[in-house]
Design a binder for this molecule. Structure first.
Ligand code: TRP
Length: 476
């Protein structure tokens, strides 16, 4: 039997539930708690949310299953796994190129993801210090940042952005933690982090949502999130919803191929994929139900954009009973989610270095983690010293974007959809049907639906996101 060159060592998940937890940890991240509520708010709520849910189950779910299948069948890094499935399907091994694009995209994403997670870390520090003061003052259940005006609270973000050393320090700590976990390996690092952090995450999420429901206006929030006004569903909003579905499920960068390659046993991949998609979407919706009651209760604008979580919420926590404590826990929650996602991102290039270049795990994670750290430095300097730098200024859609937004935009609008498109075409048209059916363990009915979605709907829809994302003019 042909073994792919440099097949990854015998690393693997210790159980099916460990894999599911790690994959949910990868999916649930800043995308759910920061990006989803931001986009839902900006795009008017209900119609966007319902369309998003449709995207997750009709496009995301088949792609999740496809990636896990490739990893399970390939049993090595993304490039090697695709190569192996291609060979067994008598297709060209050139398809493995999308594993390489994926590894590069994951490497670029983790560089700025760590910078954004660094902001979260900073707010954990701010809210933590405030909580400590409250406890020392014998009033642990007071609101957050008492005595600070709304302007002062919102100004904290500007102060942070103006301070490259502070940004750098936070980025360093976060990337260092990510690297440390990935260097410790699959079962000793990634799995352990997920099994400790994910349960803590769910306890916090449910706790804060209940808190928001009690002290905030959950009725108005639910109405905002679920009552569709279809006139607000513009082509741009649909494009954003599709892109967000890919990002939130961690698709298009071979992340789930990599995680899937550590599955050892044969078990129904269909139900595993469904569990991941349902969990990720539930967390996104719960995040909305956690954040909007708090935002709406104090009359803040749900469409505030990317600063919603960082500028609006800390102010909202000021006026709420127990705000100092809950505000602190809220940022801890986001941080936990970010860690389990960033390790999945760094793992993709790390596994590639191990599988394709024959590097040791520590070497590979250090090289890619270190490289991403350096690119992240450029991103954070883009908020101060290099504020005028526009890396892709010749390209109209990136003409106005700073370094971080350019890398975010390029990976999200170009690399992710390209990766997802090639995955869909490969699985829909090239992969051996028998291998696919046996490995996924789907029933005949589900298999037929899956094949239709992955061969037709996914390529079409993803091609549309790609084109409309690159040429916004076609959206009118
Ligand atoms: N899905 C994660 C989030 O929602 C981020 C993430 C992890 C990701 N791995 C990925 C995004 C791979 C795209 C591709 O925050």
């Amino acid at each position: 039997m042909a073994v792919a060159p440099g097949t990854t060592s015998k690393e693997g998940w210790s159980s099916r539930s460990a894999f599911i937890l790690a994959a949910i940890g990868a999916a649930v991240g800043l995308g759910n708690i920061w990006r989803f509520p931001t986009l839902a708010g900006e795009n008017g709520g209900g119609a966007f949310v319902l369309f998003y849910i449709g995207c997750v189950f009709l496009l995301g779910l088949p792609l999740v299953l496809s990636e896990i299948f490739i990893g399970r069948a390939g049993q090595t890094d993304a490039v090697g796994s695709i190569r192996k499935v291609a060979r067994e399907s008598r297709s060209s091994e050139k398809w493995s190129i999308f594993g390489g694009i994926g590894a590069l995209a994951a490497f670029l994403i983790v560089s700025f993801y760590s910078v954004v997670a660094g902001w979260v870390l900073y707010y954990v520090g701010v809210m933590g210090a405030d909580l400590l003061q409250a406890i020392v003052a014998g009033d642990p259940f007071r609101g957050a940042l008492m005595g600070e005006s709304q302007e002062a609270i919102q100004g904290r973000m500007g102060d942070l952005f103006a301070n490259p050393m502070l940004l750098l320090g936070m980025h360093l700590v976060f990337m260092g933690a990510t690297l440390f976990i990935v260097a410790r390996g699959v079962s000793g690092g990634i799995e352990k982090a997920a099994t400790i952090l994910m349960p803590a995450f769910f306890v916090l999420l449910i706790g804060i949502t209940i808190y928001g429901a009690v002290v905030g206006d959950i009725g108005e929030a639910a109405a905002f999130l679920f009552t569709p006004d279809w006139s607000l569903l513009t082509p741009q909003a649909m494009n954003e919803a599709l892109g967000q579905a890919l990002f939130s499920l961690s698709l298009g960068v071979a992340g789930l191929i990599t995680y899937g390659s550590y599955i050892r046993e044969n078990s129904g991949l269909g139900s595993t994929a469904l569990t991941i998609a349902v969990a990720d979407t539930s967390v996104a919706l719960l995040s909305g139900l956690m954040i909007f009651p708090i935002v709406l209760a104090v009359g803040l604008d749900p469409a505030a954009g990317p600063t919603l979580v960082f500028q609006s919420l800390p102010f909202a926590f000021q006026t709420m009973p127990g705000g100092a404590l809950i505000g602190f826990l809220f940022f801890v929650l986001i941080l936990v989610a970010a860690v389990t996602s960033s390790i999945s991102l760094l793992e993709v290039p790390t596994a590639w270095g191990i599988g394709e270049l024959g590097w040791k795990r520590t070497t590979s994670s250090l090289i890619f983690g270190g490289g991403a750290f350096l690119i992240g430095i450029a991103c954070l300097l883009g908020y101060n010293v290099w504020a005028d730098v526009r890396p892709l200024s010749f390209w109209s859609i990136f003409a106005e974007t700073d370094i971080l937004d350019t890398i975010d935009g390029f990976t999200g609008k170009v690399m992710l959809p390209v990766g997802a498109l090639l995955t869909a075409l490969f699985i829909g048209w090239k992969a051996d049907k028998n291998l696919l059916k046996v490995t996924t363990g789907l029933s005949s009915g589900s298999f037929a639906i899956f094949r239709f979605l992955i061969a037709w709907l996914c390529p079409l829809a993803v091609a549309i996101i790609l084109v409309t994302g690159l040429f916004p003019g076609v959206l009118g």
